[in-house]
Write a protein that binds this ligand. Structure first.
Ligand code: KG4
Ligand code: ZN
Length: 339
């Protein structure tokens, strides 16, 4: 089955063609980052307008890059939510228009299910069940993936997402948007022990996260040092902050894998989402998993951040489990993955 994936939930206009949920035939991503960077973050109205301008050209290009004819496509998977409503609407309307004019079937996909499915595109041997840590700009969740379209949230952030914390701390340090890659680069030359930030673990054995306190701690530290007339060492702050996030993500993920071990029949952890593009996070997780006898899977950097191949892959598996959607399906700014 050949699926066209469409992703427009935030600031990437993306279309991809994927065979049987596993093989990428093309994966075209047009990023709006340079436009939004001028505003220090994504401006929703600009994002929707730009998606609208670009989506048809990108879709045509994705088909030509795949070396197929548009008629070879069996169905069209689109991110229905969660995300920016105007941006999502462009993708959903485009998918419906293609379905109606080309007589194809529609599959609506949860954006986070897409991030998880990015791993299927690169690890032929990976199949559920497993525990997945999803870390992106909008989400930080530990999800039990019992089957391809069966998700249970074990824990999630009570305030900021991990990527959001990276972006906000970057802003405090006057770095460019998006902050994750900037902090990672800066942290390489910093000493993670020079400025220690508190690891917020929350109560007992909860798998929930909280990152807003960490962001405030960085802000307070920077303001205090500046008030004392001291120069701040941005690299040390970036390294200290990054390590605090990594420690919390790693220890909670490992605890979640252990708690689900019996049900899952083994120790298996998968990571997904934009923050998984962070090399230090991956290295730390790999080592921690090795020490605990946990099998660990992560996508390559290109498939960590938003793309449409992951939407096509998730859509393929969703359609196998749940069939196709009616044309009356609507974009949804909020949508629970376990709903
Ligand atoms: O998954 P994604 O592309 O979009 C959402 O669904 O949110 O994730 C974007 C987020 C941004 O917050 C960005 O700062 C973060 O992922 N990010 C990173 C890195 N690359 C992207 N965070 C830490 N280190 C990175 N290398
Ligand atoms: Zn995303």
């Amino acid at each position: 089955m050949i699926v066209m994936g469409i992703e427009t939930s935030c600031d990437e206009t993306a279309v991809a063609i994927v065979r049987d949920g596993r093989e990428i035939l093309s994966n075209v991503i047009s990023s709006q980052i340079e436009i939004h960077r001028n505003f220090g973050g994504v401006v929703p109205e600009i994002a929707s307008r730009k998606h609208l301008e670009d989506i048809n050209d990108i879709a045509e290009y994705a088909v030509s890059q795949a070396g197929i004819k548009i008629d070879d496509i069996d169905s069209i998977a689109v991110t229905r939510g969660p995300g920016l409503i105007g941006a999502l609407l462009v993708g959903v309307a485009t998918a419906k228009a293609y379905c109606l004019t080309l007589n194809k079937r529609l599959i609506s996909v949860h954006h986070t299910a897409g991030h998880i499915a990015a791993n299927y595109l690169e690890h032929a041997e990976l199949k559920p069940p497993f525990v997945c840590l999803v870390v992106s700009g909008g989400h930080t969740s530990l999800i039990k993936v019992s089957d391809y379209d069966d998700f249970e949230i074990m824990g999630q952030t009570r305030d900021d997402a991990a990527g959001e914390a990276f972006d906000k701390v970057a802003r405090v340090l006057n770095l460019k948007y998006p902050g994750g890659p900037e902090i990672e680069r800066l942290a390489e030359s910093g000493d993670e022990k020079a400025v220690a930030f508190k690891r917020v673990m929350l109560d007992g054995d909860s798998f929930d996260f909280s990152f807003s306190g960490l962001k405030t701690a960085v802000l307070n530290y920077v303001n205090n040092e500046r008030q004392k007339g001291k120069d701040i060492n941005k690299a040390d702050i970036a390294a200290g902050f990054q390590q605090a996030v990594i420690d919390v993500l790693a220890s909670k993920s490992i605890a979640a894998v252990k708690s689900a071990e019996k049900e899952i029949g083994g120790r298996r952890l998968v990571i997904a989402g934009g923050v998984a593009a962070n090399g230090s996070l991956i290295l730390h997780m790999k080592r921690a998993c090795e020490a605990e006898g946990i099998e660990f899977f992560y996508p390559s950097k290109k498939l960590c951040t938003d793309n449409a191949a992951m939407i096509a892959a998730a859509g393929y598996y969703r359609s196998l489990k749940r069939g196709f959607d009616d044309m009356d399906v609507d974009a949804a700014a909020t949508w629970r993955i376990d709903g």
